[in-house]
Design a protein around this ligand. Structure first.
Ligand code: 3PY
Ligand code: MG
Length: 257
């Protein structure tokens, strides 16, 4: 039996595309408000968002109250912290700046129980949220938890084949902002840059050929729509700050017209 939490990994593997509310703001009421607009999951941005640990914990719980899964984008190399977020009930982890198969293997090692890795036991909150006993969690965690490596550097892009081949890694998540900086040698920060657009096509093909999940940060709904058509099955749609600012700007324009 699977539910909206334990079944989310299979949903991303099979499609159709899931659209994620990208939540950088600390107040979980923001995530709650956006999630209710029909998003499929929340991604809490620990790396660059305003979060503290309490707001990540609350964000996971509020997503659950909306019957939506929550994932966390962790800080660079913070794999021990990532395991903690899984213990709190996040269904998956998105790890930035994965540049090699060795990086991806270390990520998997922290987040999967044996035989795939050496995650340390302690998922009390996660088991409560998912409705699993100790035995069920041990049996099912490796098949329900989503482990995703961000591709956002030249090194990571060059090592894509080897990264995709790492057992226990579910897929990749494109960080188009950093990738644009890398591919232009620091000349541009443009998630829609032509070089990034070319790269996301290659990443879609290689990831699909490897039978893994292709996912990406999208600055807006138009880009998310384009990438869904390329076969990406997890796509953020802007950010909470972007959605708030663009709605505020548009309404103010109408008010002043
Ligand atoms: C990037 O675009 O580099 C990201 O990490 C998305 O926030
Ligand atoms: Mg990035």
């Amino acid at each position: 039996m699977s539910n909206h939490l334990t079944g989310f990994r299979a949903r991303l593997q099979a499609g159709p595309a899931a659209f994620a509310a990208w939540c950088g703001m600390r107040d979980p009421a923001v995530a709650e408000t956006i999630l209710k607009e029909g998003f499929d999951c929340a991604i809490l941005d620990w790396q660059h968002g305003y979060h503290d640990q309490a707001s990540v914990e609350a964000g996971i719980l509020l997503a659950q109250a909306c019957r939506k899964p929550a994932m966390v984008r962790i800080g660079v190399g913070d794999f021990a912290g990532a395991a903690r977020f899984l213990d709190w009930g996040a269904v998956g982890i998105i790890a930035p700046m994965i540049n090699s198969a060795a990086d991806a293997r270390m990520l998997v090692d922290f987040l999967r129980y044996p035989p795939l890795g050496s995650r340390s036991w302690g998922p009390t909150r996660a088991m409560g949220l998912m409705g699993l006993s100790n035995g069920e969690q041990l049996e099912r965690a490796n098949e329900t938890c989503i482990v995703i490596a961000m591709i956002e550097t030249r090194e990571g892009f060059a090592a894509l084949d080897e990264i995709l081949a790492v057992p226990g890694l579910d897929g990749v998540f494109v960080g188009p902002g950093d990738l644009s900086i890398a591919l232009t040698n620091g000349a541009a920060i443009d998630p829609l840059h032509a070089e990034v657009t070319a790269a996301v096509k290659v990443i879609a093909q290689k990831t699909s050929a490897a039978g893994k999940i292709a996912s990406a940060f999208c600055p807006d709904g138009k880009r998310a729509n384009e990438l869904a058509k390329l076969g990406y099955t997890l796509l953020s749609v802007g950010t909470d700050g972007f959605l708030l600012r663009s709605a505020a700007r548009a309404e103010l324009v109408r008010a002043k017209a």
